[in-house]
Design a protein around this ligand. Sequence first.
Ligand SMILES: *Cc1c(COP(=O)(O)O)cnc(C)c1O
Ligand SMILES: [Zn+2]
Length: 476
Amino acid sequence: MAIAVSPAQASIKSDLAYQKCINVDCGLTYGTDEALTSCNKCGDLLDIVYNWDRIKVPNRMSDFEQMWTRRHEPLRFSGVWRFHELLQFAPAERVITVGEGQTLLQQANSVARYVGIRQGQLYLQYEGMNPSGSFKDNGMSAAFTHANMVGAKRAACASTGNTSASLAMYCSVTQLMKAVIFIGSGKISYGKLSQALEYGALTVQISGDFDDAMARVKEVSKELGIYLVNSINPFRLEGQKSIMYRVLESLRWEVPDWIVVPGGNLGNSSSFGKAFTELKELGLIDRIPRLAVINAAGADTLDVVYNQRNLRWNRGRPRMEIACLYYDEMDKAKHKADTIASAIEINRPVNLKKCLRALDVCDGVVRKVSDQEILDAKAQVGAGGIGCEPASAASVAGAKLLRQQGVIGMDDRVVCILTGHQLKDPTATVAYHTTDQDKFNEVLGSRGVTRASYANRAIAVPNDMEAIVKAIQLYS
Ligand SMILES: *Cc1c(COP(=O)(O)O)cnc(C)c1O
Ligand SMILES: [Zn+2]
């Protein structure tokens, strides 16, 4: 899909949208021509708010189906921008797309059996089918569009891998900006690192973990005036709303009972909540699905503050000091996030407050699952479909847990979001299926994974016709 956007000559301001501080006691607003990552006055997160009365929104969600007939237009080919009316912060001619969002929703019956849900009721939303292999492209397309609108020449992010792969890809395809990516040492999977390197991003590997890299990139971007594309960027979350639009589209506009999503920086969960809130307010859906956000047990901040310490949205006045206290405790104990699901190996989720809002409007729940549960679920996803990376499988493991607890019902219609492609982290997959006990222990043993219940092991045979024939007959 061709892209025909030139660098912006001057910062462009939309009269259909503006930025607004989410702090109910502040609520300061800013134009879309400003590049901010937090409120100048109080430091809180920003939302994108629309002047809906000035936007021509279709009367029914099914009206968006007409956009399918316009697939020759880059704007309507994109799985993000064919819903442009629902994210109108950029005029059509300024939108940057590389053809993201060509995803699919699979009815996965073998996975349904594993999770304990009636046949036909479990769906997997494959976001790994995006051009850079993760859902991040949905958001990056939007943030990149905004970056270009404000005339940015460099864009930066801290990343566990997929954000950097996505940013690097948008930079290489469009040649509009230089990507500067910050990664922690030794934490990034090879699939993701290889993308950033090949796409030509300036890759800064700092000693520390994701949370350290995140703190640093904020500082450096401010100092050098580099556009920041982490999910603290409110425009990213606008693009990610389209994941929910496509889920609804695939279900012929029927709202499912549950959306289950892995939680890292909590951008996805936040944006899903915003998407449904807006659709409900616009009268485009009649009910909101329930949301389940799944942490890895080794990076369980949301689970701790939500389930153990009762942190709630509280009508816009969450007691964020509960989270601050927990961060201090972790620092004192030198506690670092640790999970095989590297994409959610995050202890200080930047969108925590927005996620609390999403959990509130979606009557949400939070759970955590172990690396063992994640890898077993991942093996089941792969065996019954297109596959996913470890973090993505937290959604399926979480659905199974919620089903066991009776929170999700046997007949509920459940959509698990598979956030990243199977090939992103081959090390974890091969270690799970390997016959080499040392390899298994090296990669997984330290993470409390003791068995590979669904391993599909290679069989070793001598290079001998008779032995090979015998082995195939024995095992197939
Ligand atoms: C970024 C990422 C996540 C975490 O999403 P958040 O929006 O930060 O909660 C989960 N899975 C994959 C594959 C990711 O790349
Ligand atoms: Zn503010």
